[in-house]
Design a protein. Structure first.
Length: 485
């Protein structure tokens, strides 16, 4: 049974110390920018860049026109379809990980989580490379088509017409596939966390009917989970593997292999603007992670420990940056920083401050969510025992509560670092003309030409992600991190 929450009035000083920072940050850098956007929704254009708040409802009338309603309904339909496909593919994967041998389980979890910690733009670009008109998906389909044509001629039938590459990109199919590719880890990890807590005696009951463990595994679990494992691995890791392989291709065309070379790594590392963009992204991610850990941990402890007025409102407000679409946050920050005349042209790294503030605001709620889920398993009697033995509030927090929070803090740090390093939309709206980040730079490179130099730069970031992930796993262990996700 969970221990009762503490009334904030009996712990005013600890409550103020814990709650003041996350609430202040949330109000200043989330509530205020969103309120500015809300006020502007009642405005009218008064010039090329000026809006006058007149109280008009005309913008809301336009928002209810069929053009916008139909787009919204289509988005809901796509979201429902993507969720269903992720569930169909993700459940067998999660079940297979749950019943896998203990020494296999960490590696299966790592395979699922690695794409989750890889830049979204790079993953999308990798999928585009694989699914393009001249990509390997079309090459495989062409080979199957040619084989079927040969079989028809072998039995005396007319051969098939010449293969025409399928249009696998820039359509609804590509949108659904891309969203499944991106969101599948989000489905697998919570399913695994739920299945891992199942009573294994349910499986043992079936074994009592005469089937051996190996027989049950081979005839029941693996046939159900095998296709899901294959699909999950192909969807999550396949495009990344192709991208990394072709970063060594001695050809400007990604679909034609001409030989092994390191020259595109030399070009990528010798590209000053690319190195500067990567440095900026790593700097932003570092500071965003550091501040998000502090704010997120404080917010988690505040919501877990205290009972206070308007707690539901505060809790909902902390969750809003997770729910609000990135495009809305990007527009809000663009207007907010423009209205307060945020200084530009500052020296490095102060010129990254607007981007960093925006990243902290949408990252720290994720940290709070992860850390709070970890705190839910804490036994508050340990705190009481420590205090009874003479420990101060700080000593109790440092020696009792903080070690219990450690897996959540590591997982939250990984999540915040990845979200910051990964972000394109919010960064695009908050960056100035002289501040460019790695995702924005890669996007500009992909727009003008798709070369192995982009593959090389992406592979460098993937390797960096793997190294950071390995450090985190060494510190805590993959299963503990996955469970708090």
């Amino acid at each position: 049974m969970a221990a009762p929450l503490q009334d904030w009035r009996t712990q005013k000083r600890p409550f103020a110390a814990i709650a003041s920072m996350p609430i202040f940050w949330l109000v200043l850098f989330f509530v205020v920018p969103m309120a500015v956007v809300w006020l502007y929704s009642f405005g009218e254009n008064a010039g090329p860049a000026d809006i006058v708040i007149s109280g008009t409802l005309e913008n809301y009338k336009r928002a209810t026109e069929w053009l916008y309603v139909s787009i919204f309904l289509k988005s809901l339909a796509v979201s429902a379809l993507v969720t269903l496909i992720c569930l169909i593919v993700g459940f067998p994967v999660a079940m297979a990980i749950t019943f896998a041998p203990p020494n296999w389980r960490p590696w299966l979890l790592l395979g699922i989580m690695l794409p989750f910690w890889t830049n979204l733009l790079i993953r999308t670009y990798a999928l585009m490379t694989l699914m393009g008109t001249n990509g390997y998906a079309n090459k495989a389909l062409g080979a199957l088509w040619g084989g079927a044509s040969w079989l028809k001629t072998l039995v005396g039938m007319q051969p098939l017409d010449a293969w025409t590459p399928a249009q696998l990109l820039y359509n609804n199919f590509a949108v659904v596939l891309g969203l499944v590719y991106v969101h599948l880890p989000f489905m697998v990890l919570p399913l695994y966390a739920a299945l891992d807590r199942l009573d294994k005696s349910l499986i043992e009951a079936s074994l009592d009917l005469g089937a051996s463990q190996i027989s049950t595994l081979n005839r029941i679990i693996m046939p159900l989970a095998g296709p899901g494992i294959a699909a999950g691995v192909m969807i999550t890791l396949g495009p990344l593997i192709v991208l990394m392989i072709f970063s060594f291709n001695d050809s400007k065309r990604n679909v034609v292999w001409k030989g092994f070379t390191f020259k595109y790594y030399e070009k990528a590392l010798g590209n000053d603007s690319l190195v500067e963009a990567l440095t900026n992204s790593l700097t932003i991610a570092f500071f965003a992670t550091l501040f998000s850990l502090v704010l997120g941990a404080l917010a988690a402890v505040m919501l877990w420990r205290f009972r206070f007025p308007l707690k539901g409102v505060v809790e909902g407000s902390i969750s809003l940056p997770i729910i609000v679409p990135e495009i809305c946050l990007g527009v809000a920050y663009l207007i907010f920083f423009a209205r307060i005349d945020w200084p530009t042209g500052m020296a490095w790294p102060l010129n990254l401050s607007a981007i960093t503030i925006a990243h902290i605001t949408f990252c720290f709620p994720f940290v709070a969510m992860v850390v709070r889920s970890r705190l839910a398993s804490f036994n508050k009697e340990e705190e009481e025992a420590a205090k009874d033995l003479g420990a101060t509030e700080w000593q109790t927090f440092r020696d009792i509560l903080l070690p219990h929070m450690k897996p959540g803090l590591i997982a939250g740090a990984l999540l915040a670092f990845t979200l910051s390093l990964d972000d394109f939309v919010i960064t695009f709206f908050t960056s100035g003309p002289e501040t460019i980040t790695f995702p924005v730079k890669v996007y500009s490179m992909v727009r003008f030409s798709v070369t192995p130099e982009v593959n090389a730069a992406s592979t460098v970031l993937i390797v960096l992600t793997v190294v950071l992930t390995a450090i985190a796993l060494k510190m805590q262990g993959v299963k503990a991190i996955a469970e708090v996700h």
